[in-house]
Design a protein around this ligand. Structure first.
Ligand SMILES: CC(C)(COP(=O)(O)OP(=O)(O)OC[C@H]1O[C@@H](n2cnc3c(N)ncnc32)[C@H](O)[C@@H]1OP(=O)(O)O)[C@@H](O)C(=O)NCCC(=O)NCCS
Length: 423
């Protein structure tokens, strides 16, 4: 937790994209002050599984942060915000387009208050261009960043991926930008505005699909198992094809349930050993010398038959048994692991990637751990804060407010929602 221990972040982010970023920075030791409206980040109450408790949606994305509630629509709340801006190295937000400007805080205004501050902004489509005014959620970004059109099978609908590349993926991009800008600010004394558009982030993660998009101008894509042709125009959906230089596919195993699959990469170097092992069992004893599969070019051409043979062989084994056969042959492969498989996996537990935490409202729960392992400053994961849990603490310890000042601000409504207008 030492890496970023001298970094203070004013975290105005909500939902998933921004909180992913600030949680990672908190796990690297930053003091992250989650700055919430009086009613809190909307995800606290979304998809609740325990009545009255912060939802897992919130708790899983907001660990190791302190929570302060401030009503930015009151003049007193705005002064607290300005004081915090002066004391922070980074501020970050992922509001809809124009929200901060409407509150009176453009980037120009924020840098005037603290010229050294780095400001991070996530928007669906960035602050420029014809889409700039649109809001976005995960699947909107997947739709518009190229992921959906290239996921699924050609004659089926486009699919979203389970991995949250639009939200969490964008959060990762922002973390990189913020750390780079902070490094520069510490050298130059000058902060800057770091913007990541979700659409851009998804496009970045679809880079190889744009490789294939351009290759289609020169010819077909021989490694694809679905038909492609020169001038096709758009990269097609290609099911479970590997998408790389090596052939790969998902192979169905015993007992043929929803997740009884294993992903196998038929790497150039392993074909001989693999063919020798499976050939006799699928009725082709000389598979390793069979001309239809002798070179990678031939295997690409005849890959449907190759997958049929592998599926035939695998039908006698579970995914773990098949993995045990493939591992000694050095074949890159991996069983399709369900969330239940992962939640109980020894390897995952050993790497602190599924960690048990306690919470005053919900009791025991699990969070996915910190995937970035720093040898000298390992993450220590702590529960998410309750709404406004640290308001007084932050006002006193960060801003130096005394109890009289805090009480006065409270009375003025700086930290609470305005009373409802009479009907
Ligand atoms: C996610 C998103 C669609 C949610 O939309 P939304 O619920 O309408 O929320 P917005 O961010 O547009 O607006 C937040 C409102 O809360 C208000 N608010 C936020 N913090 C506040 C505070 N501390 N005090 C008072 N009001 C506050 C804002 O002023 C704004 O009110 P306004 O509409 O009157 O200007 C939108 O924030 C968005 O597009 N964000 C950028 C893309 C993104 O990150 N999407 C992925 C989320 S995982």
């Amino acid at each position: 937790m030492e890496a970023l221990k001298d970094v203070r972040i004013l975290d105005m982010t909500h939902v998933q994209a921004g909180p992913t970023c600030s949680q990672l920075l908190a796990w690297m030791g930053a003091d992250v002050i989650k700055f919430e409206p009086p009613q809190g980040d909307a995800t606290r109450g979304q998809l609740r599984d325990v009545p009255g408790a912060d939802s897992l949606y919130f708790t899983m994305l907001n660990c190791n942060k302190r929570s302060i509630t401030v009503n930015m629509k009151s003049p007193e709340g705005k002064t607290v915000f300005v004081d915090l801006i002066r004391k922070c190295d980074i501020m970050m937000e992922n509001f809809g387009p124009g929200v901060l400007d409407r509150l009176g805080f453009t980037w120009e205004k924020i840098r005037e208050i603290n010229p050294k501050i780095v400001m991070g902004s996530i928007k669906g489509f960035g602050s420029t261009g014809p889409y700039a005014e649109f809001k976005a959620y995960e699947n909107v970004a997947q739709a518009m960043g190229g992921a959906m059109s290239t996921t699924g099978v050609p004659d089926g609908p486009p699919f979203v991926t389970g991995a949250q590349i639009g939200d969490s993926g964008t959060g990762l991009h922002l973390a990189i930008g913020l750390l780079a800008a902070l490094h520069q600010a510490r050298r130059t004394g000058k902060g800057q505005y770091v913007e990541v558009a979700m659409m851009d982030g998804v496009m970045n993660l679809c880079r190889v699909k744009f490789r294939d998009h351009q290759r289609l101008q020169r010819g077909s894509l021989s490694e694809y198992s679905v038909p492609t042709y020169q001038g096709m125009g758009e990269t097609p959906r290609a099911g479970n094809d590997s998408g790389g230089g090596q052939l790969g596919n998902a192979i169905h195993c015993k007992p043929h349930g929803a997740n009884d699959w294993i992903y196998v990469v038929v790497q150039e170097a392993v074909w001989g050993a693999l063919a020798k092992r499976i050939g006799p069992d699928v009725g082709i004893p000389n598979l390793d010398t069979d001309e239809r599969f002798a070179t990678i070019g031939e295997r690409r051409k005849n890959q449907q038959l190759m997958w049929t043979l592998l599926n035939k062989f695998a039908s006698g084994y579970t995914k773990r048994e098949f993995m045990a056969i493939l591992n000694p042959l050095d074949v890159p492969c991996g069983p399709i692991m369900s969330t239940e498989d992962l939640a109980t996996d020894e390897h995952i537990r050993g790497r602190d990637m599924y960690v048990e935490l306690d919470h005053p409202q919900r009791g025991k729960w699990f969070n996915v751990g910190m995937p970035i392992k720093l040898s000298e400053s390992p993450a220590k994961i702590e529960r998410s804060p309750l709404l406004g849990e640290h308001t007084d603490e932050v006002l006193a310890s960060v801003l130096g407010y005394d109890s009289t000042k805090i009480a006065g601000l409270k009375t003025a409504g700086a930290f609470s929602a305005p009373p409802k207008k009479a009907a």
